[in-house]
Design a protein around this ligand. Structure first.
Ligand code: NDP
Ligand code: 8X3
Length: 246
């Protein structure tokens, strides 16, 4: 298979790319950091094809993706994304909000809109979006990040509607707390101690858990569409509703 994995320079995307390459597939791995992409290419060989672009730069996405044979793409994993900040809405940074919207929403729909017509023309393809439990459940400081993942959830559902009658599948994977990636380092803007504290004493999900789920979704027979999978570490659960007291 030929697979596009956005955000392959770290975390989930890197593990997903590694596992698909190890299984003999060709991965077009994307990210903004060319040095990371080059290192993966050197390690994984020619089955890993680096594509360097910012998903929020529509022209760059179009230029990069139009240079590959999009008709050959079997799977698109829309993974690139980020959270910025954990402040309450009234103290949050507007620029951070706009960046999350640009990457998690606009970037994801841009890549999808470019690849999808080729999958429909082939009457075959699988789109896997990486959502989040934050798209399903509010938590303090999740404001625009959680809302962006709620968009990804409903976009996935609405793609399913539009694609009815085709053999193009769409899945939204919704992980909870997952450590060992750069997610919290990015969220806390390089404050690595604060990032590490998020995971202290918790047996969190790993990128391998997410990659295993992606592999399982893709391995289902064509008539099976996994609509969504919400997954959490056993150590995490839904919490109670908030109450303000005098
Ligand atoms: P990482 O920070 O480890 O990896 C994020 C990846 O996205 C990197 O490869 C990064 O590449 C890429 N990326 C970020 N911004 C851009 C951009 N503007 N253009 C192109 N690529 C970009 O995070 P995770 O692996 O933990 O997260 C991956 C996805 O999973 C995200 O969508 C995240 O929201 C979601 N998620 C994460 C959870 C967690 O607990 N870790 C739980 C649930 C969902 P580069 O910097 O090179 O551009
Ligand atoms: C990442 C998981 O709980 O930090 O989407 O929002 S969480």
């Amino acid at each position: 298979m030929n697979i596009i994995v956005t955000g392959a320079t770290a975390g989930f995307g890197e593990q997903i790319a590694r596992d698909f390459v190890a299984a003999g597939h060709i991965v077009y791995g994307t990210g903004r950091r060319m040095d990371k992409l080059d290192a993966l290419r050197a390690e994984l060989g020619e089955r890993f094809v680096p594509l360097c672009f910012d998903v929020s730069d529509t022209k760059a996405v179009q230029a990069s993706l139009s240079a590959i044979d999009l008709a050959s793409i079997d799977v698109l994993v829309n993974n690139a994304g980020l959270a910025l900040g954990l402040e309450p809405a009234h103290r949050a940074d507007l620029g951070d909000w706009q960046t999350m919207i640009d990457v998690n929403i606009k970037g994801l729909v841009t890549v999808t809109q470019i690849v999808l017509p080729f999958m429909v023309a082939n009457n075959a393809g699988t789109v896997i979006n990486i959502g989040s439990t934050a798209g399903n459940h509010p938590y303090f400081g999740a404001n625009v990040y959680g809302a962006s993942k709620a968009f990804v959830k409903q976009f996935s559902n609405n793609l399913r509607a539009d694609l009815i009658g085709t053999r193009v599948r769409v899945t939204n994977i919704e992980p909870g707390m997952c450590g060992g990636t750069e997610f919290s380092n990015v969220r806390f803007k390089g404050d690595d101690d604060k990032a590490a504290a998020v995971y202290t004493g918790v047996e969190f999900l790993t990128a391998k858990d997410i990659s295993n789920t992606v592999q399982w979704v893709v391995s289902q027979p064509w008539h099976v569409n996994i609509n969504s999978i919400e997954m959490m570490p056993t150590a995490q659960a839904y919490a109670g509703l908030a109450v303000a007291r005098d």
